[in-house]
Design a protein around this ligand. Structure first.
Ligand SMILES: Cc1ncc(COP(=O)(O)O)c(C=O)c1O
Length: 419
């Protein structure tokens, strides 16, 4: 029996089956502040999971910007408005020069949907290439390229192995090569290769730059373009770079962004080469009723202000190094930690049954995630076997927060081991 059985039943009755909750004992937060979430009885939880609120829950500068703009004007992108242009200018300055146009959407799914539409339109090809356990969103065309979401993979979609730096080191390229060769035999060509900057749903991987470069080269030679999905890995999360793809020293043709862009306000977008958007725009138009409205742009501008003024990219880098050091120490004590990988404030801890077979410890990961929740620290598990602990806190994490997280993980693993 959970603490909130009645509420859960009401939710199921009203919302139906496809809505899922986190944790065996679901959380019922009523207030957020910085890195903390609070339940009504005052119990607080260290948020090591929510990357959307990347500058911290209810950051006063973002709240203020939203309130100020909402009390003045909120319309859409069919009227002239400075805030959108100011935002576009600032945002595009963070990208390589060839990525020089921005289209605003409300969600990462819409951004990916548009990117795929453009890729198919400008290349004249139909096939989308995605990793085997990818997640790119929820529209019907994007659900078709999100194998981790459902089994309904589209007929114009081909899967290849994710760059698993732990188990398969480099083997994924052979899988991609084979996929491209099979397409060629069938007389088909790729429209796009879409890759998450950190392969989050595949298990959190940051492969060597030259492997990604090779993959992009092959796809371009076969007639496709490269879409970098930065919905999770963008906006300074990986610490060393502002955008995840920068680690690979390769130039995407389009980049999709979202999640942390408005710190919880629904704003997302597509950044692309203007020649691609021009070619697409000659035949079709794009309008998104809420995408890029003045309130969304005010929120997004405030997020950039905070990332800059609080030096959150440097903080992500610094705290990421501490997190890595602490996790490495834990790995020295616990056999169930098979691998630790990530960058900045985006880490995966792969749990295994033992350090000989390295068999995925799916059940253990679930036990750990739930025990961490009960001990007051929020995280989750990812990957095809759901055995990779996913640590992805707001970027305002401090040393004390990192230590609290790893000390709690230490206690939880100790308890599990002795249970
Ligand atoms: C890598 C990636 N791309 C796209 C999306 C879809 O974004 P949204 O939920 O805003 O539609 C997500 C959401 O989790 C994501 O993780």
């Amino acid at each position: 029996m959970t603490d909130h059985a009645e509420l859960i039943q009401r939710r199921q009755r009203l919302l139906g089956k496809s809505y899922r909750l986190f944790y065996q004992n679901p959380l019922y937060p009523v207030k957020g502040d910085g890195v903390w979430l609070y339940e009504a009885d005052g119990k607080r939880y260290l948020d090591a999971y929510n990357n959307v609120v990347s500058v911290g829950h209810c950051h006063p500068k973002v709240v203020e910007a939203i309130c100020a703009q909402a009390s003045q004007l909120n319309t859409h992108t069919r009227y002239l408005h400075d805030t959108l242009l100011d935002y576009a200018e600032r945002l595009l300055a963070t990208f390589p020069a060839h990525l020089n146009n921005l289209t605003m959407t409300c969600s990462g799914s819409e951004a990916n949907d548009l990117a795929l539409r453009i890729a198919r339109d400008v290349t004249g090809n139909s096939i989308a290439l995605v990793t085997r356990w990818a997640y790119h969103g929820t529209t019907s065309s994007i659900a078709e390229i999100s194998p981790s979401l459902s089994i309904n993979i589209g007929k114009d979609v081909r899967l290849f192995d994710a760059p698993d730096t732990f188990r398969d080191k480099g083997q994924w390229l052979a899988s991609l090569r084979q996929t491209l060769d099979e397409l060629s035999v069938q007389g088909l060509k790729p429209a796009a290769l879409i890759m998450d900057g950190v392969f989050s749903s595949d298990g959190i991987f940051i492969p060597p730059a030259e492997e990604i470069q090779q993959a992009v080269d092959w796809v371009r030679q076969a007639g496709g373009i490269y879409i970098a999905d930065e919905v999770q890995s963008g906006f300074a999360r990986t610490g060393n770079h502002f955008w995840g793809f920068e680690a690979y020293q390769v130039k995407p043709d389009m980049v999709t962004i979202g999640k942390p862009m408005g710190n919880g306000h629904p704003v997302a977008g597509l950044v692309a080469r203007s020649d691609l958007l021009d070619q697409f725009g000659e035949k079709q138009r794009y309008f998104n009723t809420f995408g890029g409205n003045p309130v969304s742009c005010a929120a997004a501008n405030a997020v950039l202000d905070v990332i800059e003024s609080e030096q959150l990219q440097i903080n992500a880098q610094r705290q990421g190094l501490r997190l890595r050091r602490n996790l490495d120490q834990l790995a020295g004590h616990y056999d169930c930690i098979g691998d630790i990988r990530g960058s900045g404030l985006f880490y995966g801890v792969e749990l295994v049954k033992d350090c000989e077979s390295f068999a995925p410890a799916t059940e253990l990961a679930s036990v750990v995630v739930n025990a961490m929740r009960d001990a007051g620290v929020l995280m989750s598990a990812t990957g095809p076997k759901a055995n990779v602990l996913k640590i992805r806190p707001p970027l305002v994490f401090t040393e004390a927060h990192v230590d609290l997280l790893t000390d709690t993980l230490d206690k939880v693993l100790e308890n599990v081991q002795t249970a």
